[in-house]
Design a protein around this ligand. Sequence first.
Ligand code: GLA
Length: 369
Amino acid sequence: MRSVLNRTRVILLTMTTALAAHAAVTKAPFGTTPDGTAVDVYTLKSDAVEAKIMTYGARVVSIKTADRDGKMGEVTLGYSALDGYLADATTYFGAVVGRYGNRIALGTFKIDGHEYRVPINNSGQSLHGGTKGFDKIVWQAHAIAGGVEMTLVSKDGDMGYPGTLTAHVRYSLHHNALRIDYSMSTDKTTVVNLTNHTYFNLAGGGTVLGHEVTLPADHYTPVSKVLIPTGELPSVEGTPFDFRKGTTIGARIHDNNEQLEIAGGYDHNWVLRGHNGEVKTAARVYEPNSGRVLTVTTTEPGVQFYSGNFLDGTKFGKAGEGHEKNGGLCLETQHYPDSPNHPSFPTTLLKPGETRHSMTTFTFSTHAK
Ligand code: GLA
């Protein structure tokens, strides 16, 4: 009898989980780009989270979650309307960045002895796919169970990259977890590194310096003066890059440290424990006043933790607030920056006939005082 009851309970639980996986999905217009392309926004709503994703740049435009008192509030940075995003070429709020997220040194790399040149748009280097990366394109979209699938076909030669690349990015909401599944295929050998560039502020305002960050990583990739990895993978031990125990961002960000000075704060790639392709924790962020907790898991080998150093108060957000320096943080799960020029890093090469899958989750919870 007991085992029958237990089995019934398991079946019921499975059903509840299956139902919870199907967040409600609605679609609405979100404006038009200057060339007349219509942009839509999809709202994903579960019992715990409301997320809005638009087709311009496959961007997260809003995530609302509860604080420890159950009060829902905005936890991402962005703009109230499409115009704000169209006018901002350098912040990448909420975007899927690609074809190559983060930097490629001098905008050049070789595949099979052939040299490719991609646009230089950041201190002599190529950043986030070049001048018109995936963040500035309207993706095709359709609703899926509990979410939305976005598709982009980037032609052979787009921004200098070889091969026609087809990218599918699926956002789905499962109770308190927003999951992003990427899949990529090509018709010619190319390099690809897709990530999501959402800026989080779990307090819903002010700076993130009081947010407590945990990064389960023993090594990181230090950078040159133009933010290109030197190739070394030193230990984080004894440095302001040791986040193995939860530490507030502000505790060491102003330390006398060459790497922090170069980047004006944190803007580095941490080497995650566990293999490339294996699901692992990438980060945990706790904001003590609201009690909000963000946990990030990924199959990617690295995470770029960026403390919003280039925000300078000149851009105004959803509620008219100035996006001040350190007003948000990004946790960009990724392959390491400039991998095409570092054969020792996990490879970003994608060959015809292969499909690369990658997964990242952002899970929201709260922690008692
Ligand atoms: C990434 C880069 C930063 C910066 C931001 C966007 O996080 O690593 O250097 O370019 O994107 O401003």
